[in-house]
Design a protein around this ligand. Structure first.
Ligand SMILES: *Cc1c(COP(=O)(O)O)cnc(C)c1O
Length: 418
């Protein structure tokens, strides 16, 4: 791999970020403090939520979000298998039972019909048998019945806005409300997304964002939980810092803060440092610039690869705005002499880094062993997984690099056409 290798992801860190971080380092206050509060306020303002709680990762945001929405040991939470493991791991961190569902073939978001049907059947008298018979009839995928015998009340539905394409929040929210569940959106990919004109982060009971190094803005590691519910915000904030209830906004980290604190439950150590928050404030101020560039690159890929018979292109967002966190193409392996893994290897040999999003969660050893999932349980997600390749998509890509990605994909498809 030469110097001209195009990595799958690369953050856009400029001089302003370097200066903001240096200022914190020189200030004498490096952990949670004024910059974290400022980042929260700017973020709440950006998404249009009443509250934003800064934490150390998107995973932490999901975890305190689930807990704050009331997911307790024995409860169940419902999400899709085509996601990063932490969406599901955090349900286990609450000692809850994850109920997985498949995605829609076009959008790759959780299938809202499956959500509505599963919630309905779980409310029926013989819930396990009802779900099993829906699987037999083909109304639900086989995996939908694996964990139902262990599942308590469904307290939360966790839709993942895959790649940044917004989920059908209306149908999901309606089904959740009807069956007494709350919605926690996994918006790790959806910083700039909108659903029917409304910003993601301002719609459901709570929403979790990630600022991991590859995400649309980054704090290296970091996350945010947004909500309009003061109680949810207060509980999440306490859980993120040892379970310490903070009286008002001042907290114990300001100069006026006193030595006194009260632990109201055994919380975690999930707070965001001012070093990270300073980075986040600058990154957030560049969010439109970043998103316009991402949208332009995605548009160029869509245009240039449209006629290529060996790939199916990702769907846009007819009901809102797409954040374009990822650009996942589906290989038409029936028209290619090589499979997905060799396709990725060939691109790598020619200087293009790609990735796979995601290994469906039910195929991981822990989830197979614990709930009995097997291949075939979620056919749409598995078919997608076997054929998907995420192309590089980030603002730091130059026009020349974008054209090289396109030319290389076209060349490899041509050479291995079957
Ligand atoms: C990145 C990601 C997360 C976790 O975020 P971290 O900040 O890495 O903890 C959760 N869900 C999805 C879909 C992600 O892509």
């Amino acid at each position: 791999m030469g110097d001209d290798f195009i990595p799958f992801a690369r953050p856009s860190i400029g001089q302003d970020e370097v200066e903001a971080v240096s200022e914190v380092l020189r200030s004498g206050w490096i952990t949670t403090g004024p910059r974290a509060r400022e980042f929260e306020a700017a973020f709440a303002d950006y998404v249009g939520s009443k509250h934003a709680v800064a934490v150390c990762s998107g995973t932490a945001a999901l975890h305190v979000g689930l807990r704050a929405l009331g997911v307790a040991p024995g409860d169940a939470a419902l999400t899709s298998t085509l996601t990063f493991a932490s969406t599901v791991n955090t349900i286990r961190h609450c000692d809850g039972t994850p109920l997985l569902l498949d995605v829609e073939a076009d959008s790759l978001d959780i299938d809202p019909e499956q959500v509505a049907l599963l919630l309905e059947l779980l409310d029926s008298r013989d819930r396990v048998r009802s779900v099993e018979s829906a699987v037999k009839d083909g109304a639900l995928p086989p995996g939908a019945s694996r964990a139902t015998a262990l599942a308590g009340r469904v307290k939360a539905v966790v839709p993942v806005h895959y790649a940044g394409r917004p989920c059908d929040l209306e149908r999901i929210g309606e089904a959740a409300r009807k069956h007494g569940a709350l919605v926690l959106e996994d918006a790790a990919h959806a910083l700039e997304s909108k659903y029917r004109g409304e910003k993601i982060g301002s719609i459901s009971e709570a929403t979790a964002f990630s600022f991991y190094a590859t995400k649309n803005i980054t704090t290296a590691e970091g996350g945010m939980l947004t909500t309009d519910d003061e109680g949810v915000a207060a509980r999440a904030r306490a859980l993120a810092l040892h379970g310490i209830a903070t009286p008002g906004a001042s907290g114990r980290y300001t100069r006026e803060g006193s030595w006194f604190y009260e632990v109201v439950e055994p919380g975690y150590k999930y707070n965001m440092t001012d070093i990270e928050a300073a980075l986040g404030i600058v990154q957030l101020s560049r969010v439109s610039e970043f998103w316009e560039r991402r949208t332009m690159i995605a548009g160029r890929y869509l245009e240039a690869l449209a006629g290529l018979p060996q790939v199916d292109l990702p769907w846009g967002a007819p009901e809102g705005e797409h954040a374009w966190h990822l650009f996942p193409v589906r290989l038409r392996t029936d028209r290619l002499a090589i499979g997905r893994d060799r396709f990725i290897g060939t691109l790598r040999d020619r200087g293009i880094g790609t990735s796979v999003h995601f290994i469906p969660v039910h195929l991981h050893p822990y989830y197979r062993r614990t709930y009995g999932y097997v291949p075939g349980d979620f056919p749409v997600a598995e078919d997608f997984y076997s054929r998907c390749v995420s192309l590089p998509l980030y603002p730091a890509l130059t026009d020349g690099e974008v054209e090289r990605v396109i030319a290389t994909v076209v060349a490899v498809c041509g050479e291995y056409a079957a």
